[in-house]
Design a protein around this ligand. Structure first.
Ligand SMILES: Cc1cc2nc3c(=O)[nH]c(=O)nc-3n(C[C@H](O)[C@H](O)[C@H](O)COP(=O)(O)OP(=O)(O)OC[C@H]3O[C@@H](n4cnc5c(N)ncnc54)[C@H](O)[C@@H]3O)c2cc1C
Length: 261
């Protein structure tokens, strides 16, 4: 884990609500894995005080760059949009436990909603580099928000898009699509991020089909170092419930263990 300044190579708006930032991470002497995140100081000023967590969207090891895809939500992300190429940004990480991919897996299923797509894009990249195929269901409000479609297709993923705009993003429609994909492909493992509703659906379906699944959780974070306990969630350990920190024990957990309230 490292805290340091990274030079912003580009930070630009890619749709109405989303921005894409590339930083020079050549000075980072830690490996970065999909599912991990960085806690970024969005502003040079003291307000907002707390850093904001962002998952790795793309890792370019040869160029020594890291990429983030972020949704402008409140003050922190608004301040981040004001940061310019050439400036430095104070970044803390990599943090958290990454996704795991098994070498003998041939095809994986990804289900992402909203900014969860950013988190799973890095996994699709890793899967492609290991020769693992991916089928991905991407869900968003509108076609305009399905930003990583081309990125995922570039990694060879079969992408299925569902949106409110097209009226096919409700749970019943996604369940039907999911069953169709499971008929078409032998899925070795499934991954999700960005929607409790879709994660609950995936939890049910993977339990029935006995497919191992992992989830990257997003919770409000304070310190992101495991000290403040702001980001706790419950996981099942046998017959009991255990409270864990998303920043430290997560953000990636086995899907069947997580209590999705
Ligand atoms: C491990 C992790 C990885 C993440 N990766 C990404 C990413 O790759 N791209 C991206 O755009 N976002 C990501 N997020 C979410 C991102 O951190 C929040 O959107 C951001 O902190 C909002 O900050 P803000 O100051 O703009 O908004 P705030 O003013 O803090 O909040 C605006 C609104 O968002 C809600 N909110 C704030 N933080 C969170 C949160 N962590 N989870 C859910 N709701 C929240 C608030 O209740 C409020 O309604 C991630 C979060 C976590 C925990």
């Amino acid at each position: 884990m490292k805290q340091g300044n990274m030079r912003i190579l580009s930070n630009r708006q890619v749709s109405d609500r989303y921005w894409h930032m590339i930083v020079d991470a050549s000075g980072l002497d830690a490996e970065v894995y999909p599912g991990q995140f960085f806690n970024i100081r969005c502003s040079e000023e003291t307000y907002p005080l707390l850093r904001r967590p962002f998952s790795i969207y793309r890792i370019n090891r040869s160029a020594g760059t890291l990429e983030f895809l972020y949704l402008v939500k409140g003050l922190g992300t608004k301040r981040l949009t004001e940061r310019k190429a050439g400036e430095t940004v104070d970044i803390f990480g990599p943090l958290g436990t990454p996704f795991t991919l098994q070498e003998d897996w041939k095809t994986v299923l990804l289900i992402a909603r909203g900014v969860g797509i950013a988190t799973l894009a890095a996994l699709a990249q890793d899967a492609a580099e290991r020769g693992i195929r991916a089928a991905a269901i991407l869900s968003a409000r509108s076609q305009n928000d399905l930003l990583a479609t081309k990125t995922l297709q570039g990694f060879g993923a079969d992408v299925y898009k569902v949106t409110e705009e097209d009226g096919n993003s409700d749970v019943v429609s996604v369940r039907l699509l999911l069953e169709k994909i499971l008929e078409r492909h032998k899925i070795d493992a499934a991954f999700t991020c960005g929607s409790k509703r879709l994660s609950r659906l995936l939890q049910e379906v993977t339990a029935v089909h006995q497919i191992p699944a992992q989830i990257a959780l997003e919770e409000h974070m304070g310190c992101a170092m495991g000290v403040c306990f702001a980001c706790v969630c419950d996981v099942r350990e046998g017959e009991t419930l255990k409270t864990v920190r998303v920043c430290k024990e997560g953000p990636v957990f086995p899907l069947e263990k997580v209590v999705l309230a």
